[in-house]
Each structure stands twice: as C-alpha cells, then as structure tokens.
Design a protein around this ligand. Structure first.
Ligand SMILES: O=C(O)CCC(=O)C(=O)O
Length: 271
C-alpha cells in the first residue's frame, strides 16, 4: 500500500484499486457468469427496507459457489482471491495469514432496488473493527469488490459514507435509509476490472441500479487469521481444497494464531 493509499483508506475507509483484472481476465470472469447465469437468485426486494429512495422494480441478484464451479469456470475466481494487486493491501490491513471468509457475486439489472446503509463503526464490533495503533491500521472484516462491468457516476451500485468506519455516534435511521443528507453519501464509479477495497465497518450499501447494462460485482470478504465469524465445531476444508495451489490454500484455512506470521518478533524468538 502506498502512502497515498494508506492516507485515503485511513481517512475514507475505502480505496479504488485500478486495473486489477486484465481485459482477458475480465472476459473470462464474465463468460463464467454467463455460463452459470441461471443460478443467479433474484432477491424478493428485501434490501431497500421500504425506503422510497432505495426501492426498485426488481430485486438484487445473488450468485455464489464460484469456487466450486466446474473447470475452467472456477479458475478465474480461485486466482482472484489471491490476486497480487490485492493481497499487499490485505497484508497491510489484516496482517499475515489473513483468511478469505466468503465470495459471492452481486448482479443488478436496470431498476434493481438499492440496499439500505448498514454497518458504520458504531456499535463497535470486534470482528468488523477499524483501529489505528502504534503506527499502523488494524481492520476486521475487509472486503474487496471486483467490478466486472463499468459503473458510471449516475449508475448507482456501491455507495458509502466516507469516514463512517470511525464513527462514534449511532447513525440516524433516515440517513441509513437515504432519506436525508444524501449529499454525504458517495456513489463510487469504477471501470470494469477495477476493485473497491472497503472496511466492512464503513457504512455502506447500494443505490438503485439505473444503467441499461447489468451490474456485476464480485465481493470477497477477508478477515484476520485469528478471526472467524462462522465456525462451530471442527473446521473442515472445502471439498475443492486439494485442487488449489499453495498460494490459494494460504487464504483458505481454519482460524489460527500467527501461523503465517514468520516476520514477528515472537516467531523469531522461538526459532
Ligand atoms: O455492493 C453492494 O451493492 C453493497 C454490498 C453490501 O452492502 C454488502 O455486501 O454488505
């Protein structure tokens, strides 16, 4: 992460990372979605929470399971989770040994409803926190949304309240529902192949999708190596684990304590 990246992320809670995917990778990722398009589940207009400013004529589309898709369709997504234009940012924000917790695709067709603005740093949630301490940033759940189609300034889609990852007071409901102070909310334009990196504790959601083309955003949710939002009982690696490269395997693991932190003083002291 450059000093500029660090500054912008610390101040705003998000960053746009340009050209994460090449034109060829973008085409491959989109072709895989086209192949599995009949698996897209359209939600029952349940995200706008009755806000007139977020409502739409259709629900958002959700598509999951990409890591389990048949070859070659899964390959581009397995590579994406360890894309080297993204992992240095995760290393800075989450520390060594960060884990992928989930991956899914959001689609929105013209007129699709928005998503009320959720999270926002208050109340403090240990697994979704943001702190600056001893000269570095510490994040909880950190998301990367790789854009597979262009997002213009008036198209809608991902939007957030910059800086709200550091909020101390509860956000009023009318702001969460995009009914007042809309001018404070930033809709984030991006080109297909760019990625939006954001702290989950940033207050974020989406505006109704206005463009004629389909919105496609691959959301990857990471967390620190020691955190797991969902595990009860024994950890079992996913069925496709043995098909992964060592690099891909490094982000799919049980929560662990400093397993990968070979640079730490503690690790060195024990050698
Ligand atoms: O990109 C979007 O539409 C919003 C996604 C979101 O809010 C979430 O997944 O928590």
């Amino acid at each position: 992460m450059t000093d500029t990246d660090k500054y912008l992320f610390d101040v705003h809670g998000y960053l746009v990372i340009k050209n994460v995917l090449s034109a060829e990778e973008l085409a491959t990722a989109n072709a895989a979605i086209d192949h599995y398009a009949d698996h897209i589940q359209i939600r029952p207009n349940d995200l706008a929470r009755k806000s007139d400013n977020l409502k739409g004529t259709t629900g958002r589309g959700d598509l999951g399971g990409m890591l389990t898709w048949d070859k070659p369709y899964c390959d581009i997504y397995r590579d994406m989770m360890v894309n080297t234009k993204l992992t240095p940012h995760l290393d800075t924000l989450l520390g060594p040994g960060f884990r992928l917790e989930a991956m899914s695709i959001i689609t929105m067709d013209e007129g699709a409803e928005g998503f009320w603005f959720h999270e926002g740093g208050e109340p403090l949630d240990r697994s979704r926190t943001y702190r600056y301490h001893n000269g570095r940033m510490f994040c909880g759940m950190t998301n990367i949304a790789v854009q597979l189609s262009d997002v213009g300034p008036n198209d809608g889609g991902f939007a957030c309240l910059p800086g709200s990852h550091k909020a101390n007071y509860p956000c009023p409901d009318d702001i969460r529902l995009y009914q007042t102070h809309q001018e404070r909310i930033a809709q984030i334009p991006a080109q297909a192949g760019d990625a939006i990196l954001f702290a989950e504790c940033l207050m974020h959601g989406s505006l109704p999708w206005m463009a004629k083309h389909q919105r496609r955003s691959v959301i990857m949710r990471y967390n620190t190596g020691v955190t797991a939002e969902r595990i009860l009982g024994t950890y079992t690696p996913p069925p496709f684990y043995e098909e992964l490269t060592d690099t891909q395997k490094s982000v799919i693991s049980a929560p662990h304590y400093r397993k990968e932190d070979k640079g730490s003083r503690l690790y060195k002291a024990n050698q």
